[in-house]
Design a protein around this ligand. Structure first.
Ligand code: ZN
Ligand code: ZN
Length: 176
């Protein structure tokens, strides 16, 4: 089984948390979670106490943005932004449900309590929230640039306005 990132390097099995066997690349340290192994892990999770057996890799690859092929079934992997405070993408196979994580990403997912809910990231509901948050952050930048130092005041005013029953009076006052 070849690494979907390096293509030539091979993957070998490794237990990264009690009961979860992944395939890890010896070169880029990316990790592949096959759907069947993840299922086994999720089903037996309650029977034991978990221990993270994961060393941080010193070299930083960052998020590899190139297109990848599923090492299990050969399908093209699709990128899903994790969002919700995490800024990298996971590569996911929509045919066999496998997941590719670049080096060190599992540890971040674990620290956010997402390691046993990875499939959530690929749901429409989750992705909707990711897009909404990204849109909000982009708008925040626009407003900040437009209003400068007054932005904080305007933000407070806006919040206060939203609680007012009779907003038209406030608007009339502002326009006067
Ligand atoms: Zn690799
Ligand atoms: Zn696949």
């Amino acid at each position: 089984m070849y690494c979907p990132n390096c293509e030539s390097a091979t993957l070998s099995e490794k237990e990264i948390i009690t009961g979860l066997l992944v395939k890890e690349c010896s070169r880029c340290h990316g990790q592949w979670i096959s759907s069947s192994k993840y299922e086994v892990y999720l089903n037996r999770r309650d029977e034991r106490s978990e221990k993270l057996m994961y060393n941080e890799f010193s070299h930083e690859n960052g998020d590899s943005l190139k297109g990848k092929i599923c090492p299990d079934c050969g399908h093209i992997l699709v990128k899903f932004k994790v969002g919700h405070g995490i800024d990298f993408y996971l590569d996911h196979c929509l045919r066999c449900n496998g997941i590719w994580m670049d080096a060190n990403e599992f540890k971040v997912l674990y620290s956010h309590g997402l390691h046993d809910e990875l499939n959530k990231v690929f749901t429409t509901q989750w992705q909707k929230k990711v897009r909404k948050d990204a849109h909000q952050a982009a708008m925040e930048l626009v407003y900040r640039e437009k209003f400068g130092a007054k932005y904080e005041i305007l933000k407070d005013l806006r919040e206060w306005m939203q609680q007012q029953k009779n907003r038209s009076i406030v608007i009339a006052y502002l326009n006067d």
